[in-house]
Design a protein around this ligand. Sequence first.
Ligand SMILES: Nc1ncnc2c1ncn2[C@@H]1O[C@H](COP(=O)(O)OP(=O)(O)O)[C@@H](O)[C@H]1O
Ligand SMILES: [Mg+2]
Length: 280
Amino acid sequence: MSTARKHLFLNYKGGTGKTSISAAYGYCLAMAGKKVLMVDLDAQAHLTACLSGESAGRDKSLYSVIAGGARLSDIIVPTSLSNLKLVSSSTSLSALEMPLFRMSLREFRLRKALKAVEREYDYIVIDSAPSIGLLSLNAILASDEILIPMLADFLSFNGLKVLMETLASIERDFSFYLGKIHIFLNRYNHAYSICKECLEATRKFYPQYTLKTVISESQEVMDASSLGKSVFELYPDSGIAEDIKSLVREVNPAPSVTQKFSVAEKVRLAFLNKIEGVKK
Ligand SMILES: Nc1ncnc2c1ncn2[C@@H]1O[C@H](COP(=O)(O)OP(=O)(O)O)[C@@H](O)[C@H]1O
Ligand SMILES: [Mg+2]
């Protein structure tokens, strides 16, 4: 039986579209018939609001799974699509960093928690908080692929440089290959020359990572976020819905969906399995 591909939306900068685009990305995969579990790792619980309409998540969150030994399956909640489920967040998650610090194999707690359910899904899509910390590191080490939404401006480009250096140092410190990295521009406006310049710079400096897909600036995304609905529910024929479909297609070309692993991927998985072996 296959296990879920784990896709993490990551950027230490806030407001780049991690939550809005990951919600639409997961919804799009679910519309294509995939079984998808979304994981809200931000204590602000915006993904939870986007997908379940709940404003602050439930009492039980990943905190109780990672720190208290609760079962992940007990905190999964439904969404408007039957094959799209959600691990909701709550403010309690903000208190997790300190207890995590004292735990054994503290960087791999999320990976271990997800293992319990990963065979039930085709994809696990994680929305990270805009912060550098142990929980983000847990998310990075739990993921197969990392999607980095960025805005087209100088500060975001600078932030991307820092993020890529951090990912490279995580590869060195943990001696294993992080999965594929995909950078894409969000809130792209064709009328602004800064957007074009930023896209060109990103393609020049990170040619192997930058996606062809760009996500346009769109009023529909803001409407969907405020109404707690998906852009696919509200505006299925919009340009933004097409952009998200293009993102899903580009990140998931047919071979990766059929679970073929490269040699580097096999080395990475073997390393992680060894780590889990040490724990048992
Ligand atoms: N493509 C887009 N067009 C217009 N607004 C967007 C777009 N992507 C995100 N936004 C808006 O930008 C704000 C920040 O997005 P969000 O997804 O919360 O970012 P993050 O999770 O990275 O902090 C939200 O108000 C959201 O509606
Ligand atoms: Mg967010």
